[in-house]
Structure formats: structure tokens, C-alpha cells
Ligand binder design. Sequence first.
Ligand SMILES: *Cc1c(COP(=O)(O)O)cnc(C)c1O
Length: 401
Amino acid sequence: MQPKELLTLAEEFGSPLYVYDATTIEQQYNRLTAAFSKVENLRINYAMKALSNITILKLLKKCGSGLDTVSFQEVQLGLHAGFTPDKIIFTPNGVSFEEIEEVAKLGVQINIDNLSVLEHFGAKYPKIPVCIRINPHVMAGGNENISVGHIDSKFGISIYQIPHVLRIVENTGMHINGIHMHTGSDILDIEVFLYAAEILFDAAKQFKELDFLDFGSGFKVPYKKGDIETNIEELGKKLTKRFLAFEKEYGRTLTLAFEPGKFLVSEAGFFLAKVNVVKQTTSTVFAGIDSGFNHLIRPMFYGSQHQIENISNPKGKERFYTVVGYICETDTFANNRRIAEIKEGDVLCFKNAGAYCFSMASNYNSRFKPAEVLWKDGKGHLISKRETFEDLIKNQIMIEV
Ligand SMILES: *Cc1c(COP(=O)(O)O)cnc(C)c1O
């Protein structure tokens, strides 16, 4: 999107504001399916925790996507957006048995990542097929908070516990219809991913009634110039070849599934915030914006580096700024960043703000969550309203004290 278009949206809908470009989401979806076009049954389940607005869900549904969900509420939102239960997979971690039951009763595919839950579920519902989440014990991630397939991770059933899984299957008569892994975000190296995939293929051979193999996600997208990006096209070529060979070996066609979040929506998102103050100190120049980690926590939480552009003065001379929020705690978005000269009142645009940005927003400091706008067919469409004071107090109860 052009700085001018974004600036107009900030004027029209106010600041701070999230903007999502529909075309980018569609293009990313098509890029992924094109990379695996030789696979007969491909299934993309959008990991909706990245960005869960129901219009975004609808857009992805129109592309042909299914949904990957991690809570009962996400399942409800998915159904509300028009997905049928057979298009949804539930991949929770550490949720209660009751929650899993509730979701299974809706006809949604369950993915289990714990032996005790598997045993309990199999004993109670031997007729409901389940997928199992395997931990291949491969370090494929970038940041330790988002790398979830390694040996110390809380996610998945250890690959070394497959014999135990097989015993449970035999004892309960349950049906394992899928095998899943998700090694975590930010796959830097395709070879590592392919290595983990081999482990999954190997495990899959031991289950005779599989319908699908789910390779999770973790596709890395570039945040700044020179960043490594998962080469989807190359991964597509290599994994397709291996998958087709596996199908032959296995003796039947299988569905190949992925569940990307970031890959589909990260680059489509822009976060716009206005500069309240420019503060020259002895060491740096601060640009203080009308937002904070209540609206965009990734830089403080994972150290993610969002590109920042001054869309009010895109051609201005570049200077160094430390961009900070208005939260009464240190909330630095960027340190000593080159940005076109900033004046108070300018609007800054944070790139890659589609995934894990609005969905992680809170009301800390009693601030309203920003509005969200979808840019489609050359127009901005409001897809969630800015919160109001009513929203802040609607669940609070003032009692006599
Ligand atoms: C979060 C998550 C994803 C999506 O990860 P991205 O890095 O956003 O693509 C996929 N699968 C599971 C099980 C997840 O928890």
C-alpha cells in the first residue's frame, strides 16, 4: 500500500489504526498453494490466532482456506465466520479435557498432544478419529519463545513415545487419522524442516489409517531488508517430491496440510500511530506515539523489528530516532532507527503488523483497542470499531464498599 493511501485512512478512521491489505493476503495464500500445486489433496488451515477478525477469516475462507484453532472460542468465531466444522482443526495445548470434548462434539477435527489426554479421549470416544501432535525434537525456530518443537518444549508427544501411543490405540480401539508437527515460528533453514518432516514420515508409517499429514507452519517472512525468508517455492518442490514418494510407499493418497498464520497475514498489516511528542535528550531523539505495547507488543515481547516509515513525510531527510510508546513503563518500539524527519503530529507506519499484533492487544493503561480496517478494491472498510469507554466498563461491577 502507498503512504498516501495509508495516511488518508489514518485521517478517515483516526489513530492508532490497524490496516490490512486484502490483496496481499490473497497473494500469499495463492503463493503457498502454487508451491504445492502437484499435491493432489492440499489443505491450508489458517492459524487464526495470528489475526482473528471475522472478516479476515471470511476472506481466507473465500480463498479456500480451512482454520487452525487453539481454543473453543476460536472455533466459535470460525463457525460464526461461516466455516463448517469439517474445515476446522483444533490444536490446543494444555486445555482442559472438557474443552476438547466440547470441540469434538461440534464435529471439529481434534489434534491431541498429550498421552494422558489421548488415553482418556480414546477410552471415552473410541469412534471419534483424532490426530496426534508429534514433537520431533528439532530446533527449527528463531526466538526461543516461538520455537516449540525442540526437546524442552511443552508441545507435542515425544517421538520416542510412539510405542506408547500405539499401545493406547490398540487398547482403546481408537482411530488415528492424522499426524501433525509444528516446529515453531521462523524456519530459517529448509533442510531442518525437511529433516523434521522425515521424522514425521517415519512415525506415520506406524499408523495404518491416516488421512492426512500436517506439517504445521513456522514459515518466516522478511521484516527488514536483508532478512532471510523461508523459500516457499523451494520447500514446495522438495517436500512435494518426498510427499508423493511417501504416498506410494504408504499405499494410498493422503492430504498434505499446513497451518500458517504469519505467512498469510503478517505483510498485509500496517499499524498507524500518530507522534505526540518529539523529545530531544542529550543522547537521542525520542518520537513518542499515541500507542504502546498495549497495541503492539511484539517488539518488547520477542524483540521483533518492525520497519517504521514516516508516512506524513516519506521523502524527508532521514534522522535517527528512538520510537517509544505512551505506556508508563519502558516500551520501546525501535532504538536509533533511521526514519524520515519526524514532526509532532506526523503519522508513523509499522510494517508487518498483520500477525500477532492486534490479536495480542490489551487494554493496559485503560486504553481503547484501535480500530481495524480492511483495504479492498481501493477502499478502506471498517472491520472492527475503536473501543469506547463503554467497552472498558461493560464487565466491571461497582459494588457498595
Ligand atoms: C501459532 C501456530 C501456528 C502458526 O504459526 P505461524 O508462525 O504464525 O505460521 C501453526 N500451528 C500451531 C499449532 C500454532 O500454535
